[in-house]
Ligand binder design. Structure first.
Ligand SMILES: [Zn+2]
Length: 323
């Protein structure tokens, strides 16, 4: 009898996250989702092709206040991603730590980002919390406007899962580690959500002459690759590391990089990481090793797992704390 009471109580408690429903079917289908945070234009310029090559789509979590700004998505690019099957997610308007906001500010970030994006003609059902930061107050407010919210915590989604506290792992420049996450998710039939930001390439360079201009186009010879220069970091032991967004071709060891506006130059010693090839490798690994593992957007994952659809609330938001 006592055991039955404990089981009954844990079912009741487990079925609630605040007063929200939890996952019905996590643990029945291995799922993996890729989310690119912040709305960088590399989602469109590079990501769209990488995923299309594997017949897959990712999610772009757009910071609405950065649309059309330097190196961020334009409205046409956002619609282009949607047309390629990508899910457009909210990532708030101004990318604040939502835990630090008043209730009125919180409500504004959640509601206005969705409205701004939907004003561009895309449907927005889900949000990524900036810096992955959320708490019970943030999650309760999020439920007014969204079907789910994603945080971090380096965890798989398995068992009782609050849709407003989806877990994720950042993509690291460590392919064996990424493959081990995929293996684990497949073994447990859990939902693995992976995220990263801008898609770029990092190279070690030497013989650096002059100063590159941020955002300028650089030409690489002899490979013929063309890239956008992002930034350079100087490390006392390792020398110069340059960050490039390859717009066509692949930067190669031995290439001379020449800035189109600055005239600066440098030679590539070797590639430290190449996110285009890494993302492609991860997708090919999933397709080749686990044909039953589905690569889904967040909304598709929620559908497959039987989470409820978004329902607009019928009561006004509480935007002031009671005195
Ligand atoms: Zn972000």
């Amino acid at each position: 009898m006592r055991l039955i009471m404990i089981v009954a109580l844990s079912v009741v408690l487990g079925a609630c996250a605040g007063n929200r429903p939890v996952a019905p079917a996590i643990g029945t289908i291995p799922l993996v989702s890729f989310v690119l945070d912040d709305g960088n234009d590399t989602d469109y310029l590079l990501g769209k092709k990488i995923f299309a090559e594997q017949g897959a789509a990712a999610c772009s979590a757009v910071t609405a206040g950065l649309i059309n700004s330097h190196y961020h998505l334009t409205p046409d690019q956002i619609r282009g991603l949607r047309d390629a099957g990508w899910e457009i997610m909210s990532h708030t308007v101004s990318h604040p730590n939502l835990k630090s906001l008043s209730l009125a500010e919180l409500d504004d970030e959640l509601s206005r980002s969705k409205a701004l994006l939907e004003g561009l003609g895309v449907t927005v059902n889900n949000i990524v919390y900036p810096f992955n930061k959320n708490d019970e107050q943030v999650r309760a407010a999020t439920a007014r406007y969204y079907r789910s919210g994603r945080g971090g915590t380096y965890a798989f989604n398995l068992g009782r899962t609050d849709p407003y506290f989806l877990k994720s792992f950042p993509i690291r420049h460590d392919l064996p580690l990424m493959k081990s996450y995929i293996d684990q998710a497949h073994a447990d039939k859990s939902w693995l959500i992976l995220y990263q930001h801008e898609i770029d390439t990092k190279v070690k360079v030497s013989d650096k002459q002059g100063t590159f201009n941020k955002g300028e186009t650089v030409k690489l010879t002899p490979s013929g690759a063309v890239a956008r220069y992002t930034t350079t970091h100087w490390f006392p032991i390792y020398g110069y590391h340059m960050y490039l967004v390859p717009l066509s071709g692949t930067p190669q060891a031995g290439d001379i990089i020449i800035g189109s506006s600055s005239g600066a130059s440098a030679r590539i010693d070797y590639t430290i990481y190449d996110e285009i090839s890494q993302l492609g490798e991860m997708l090919r690994y999933i397709r080749a090793t686990y044909p039953d593992m589905k690569i889904v957007t967040i909304d598709q994952g929620l559908d497959l797992l039987g989470f409820p659809k978004y329902q607009p609330p019928n009561t006004p938001a509480i935007t002031e704390k009671k005195p």
